[in-house]
Design a binder for this molecule. Structure first.
Ligand SMILES: [Fe+2]
Length: 203
């Protein structure tokens, strides 16, 4: 396996206990080292297998391969974005002025944006994500609901903020109280990351 052609599990930008009490060290460890790591391992295994099949000239189940690859790469990329847009509560901050005014102009108020975003996460059927995105054509902010890791995605929209609504993201700490997890999410959002993503998307 040539390392650079494969995905790597990124390290978290903070310690496993840094998001407590909103995400426990146990939950964060399992989420990162088991769930996220599995997407990386599976995506790499699929890539390696399909490379080998091509080299051997053997047949592959292309439809199944592409579906599994999309799911696992999507899982890896979305989790990488998720870790970066979280931070310890003491480092969490309000959106800086430009971002705040864009959110307010798009959603009428910051509070309404938060409500819509949480509702998007609440209404995920089964497994998925809520994402705040930026459309390069209209310069609008749009909320996107991602089914699993890879459905309903708008191509080329930049993702600014994501919230994991898979059961594995909260069940250990919150059981069936996912609304509480989504409410607590706002206490550990790293708005500097969101502003940085918006800046590079709007260049
Ligand atoms: Fe997850």
């Amino acid at each position: 396996m040539t390392e650079e052609k494969y995905y790597k599990l990124p390290e978290l930008p903070y310690g496993y206990n840094s998001l407590e009490p909103y995400i426990s060290a146990d939950l964060l460890t399992i989420h990162h080292q088991k769930h996220h790591a599995t997407y990386v391992t599976k995506a790499n295994a699929i890539l390696e297998k399909s490379d080998n099949q091509r080299n051997l000239g053997s047949e592959m189940d292309l439809k199944a391969m592409l579906k599994a690859l999309s799911f696992n790469i999507g899982g890896h990329i979305l989790h990488s974005l998720f870790w970066e847009n979280l931070c310890p509560e003491k480092e969490s901050n309000a959106p800086e002025e430009k971002l705040a005014s864009l959110i307010a102009s798009q959603f009428v108020s910051f509070e309404r944006f938060k409500e819509e975003f949480v509702q998007t996460a609440m209404e995920v059927e089964g497994s998925g994500w809520a994402a705040l995105t930026f459309c390069h054509q209209t310069k609008r902010l749009l909320i996107m609901q991602i089914e699993k890791h890879n459905l309903n995605i708008y191509p080329l929209f930049s993702i600014l903020l994501v919230l994991d609504a898979f059961e594995h993201a909260y069940y250990l700490d919150y059981k069936n109280e996912k609304a509480t997890f989504f409410k607590n999410f706002w206490k550990i959002v790293n708005w500097k990351t969101v502003a940085r993503r918006l800046k590079s998307a709007s260049k």
